[in-house]
Design a protein around this ligand. Sequence first.
Ligand code: BGC
Length: 250
Amino acid sequence: MELVLGLDLGGSSIKAGAVDPSTGHVVGPLDSIPTPVGATVEATQAALQELIARFPQCTGPVGLAFPSVVVRGVTYSAANIDKGWIGCDAAAVLRAASGGRPSFVVNDADAAGVAEMQIGAGRGEHGVVMMITFGTGIGTALFIDGKLWPNTELGHMEIDGMEAEHYASARVRTVEKLDWPAWCERVNKVLDRYHMLLWPDLFIVGGGVSERFEEYGALLHSKARIVPAGLRQAAGVVGAALYAHKHAAR
Ligand code: BGC
C-alpha cells in the first residue's frame, strides 16, 4: 500500500506524517516546520516544499488540512492567515510544492473530524456528530451518519456580540489567563448555542487542549454527550491523508 502524506497547517507549525490509508495509522514519526510568520502564499509554499521533501517514502497523493473555507481546492476565507489566501487555488500551490503530485486541500477541522470518525472517538457513531477544535481559532466539523457537511465554520458564530473563537478558543484561554472553570463556562455557552442550532448527539472536543481533557472535561455540560478526541496531535495529518486518498481514487 502506498503511503499518503498528510500535512496540517496550524498557527505555529506545519505538521506532516506518512499515513497508511488502509488503517489510518501514521507510519514513523511526525515531522514539522514552523509556520512562516504571516503565512503568505509564497512563504507557505516554500515551507511545504521543504517539509514534503523529507518524506520520499510517500509516493501517493498529498493532503493538506488548512484553516480556511475550502471548496474544490480553492480557499475562500482567512481569519488567522494572510488575506492573500482568499480566492487562492491552494490545491495548485500544494501541487507545485509537491512536484506535481495529486494534491488535495481540506478545512483543518473537517480533516480532524474525518480522522476521528474513521479511527478515533467518532468511530461507529451515527446520527449528528459535531467535532470542535479549540486552538488559535475554533474549528467545527459536522457529520450526519458519518457523512461530512463541509465548511460549517461555526467558530465565527456570534455569541453575546462576539465571534465564538474570540470568546472561547484555546488561544483566548491563554491570552486572558482563564482558569479551567472560567474557560469551561464560556465553552458551555458555545456548546449550548451549537446544540440549540443543530441538536447533535455527540460533541468531540479536539485541538491541542483535548490532551488535557481530564483536567476540565467534568466541567463541560451539554444535552449531547461530550468526549475528547482520540487522535490528539495527529488528527489533522491523518484526516488530510485519508481525504486525499479518498478523493484521488474518484
Ligand atoms: C477558520 C476555520 C478553521 C478554524 C480552526 C477559523 O478561524 O475560519 O476555517 O477551521 O479557525 O483552525
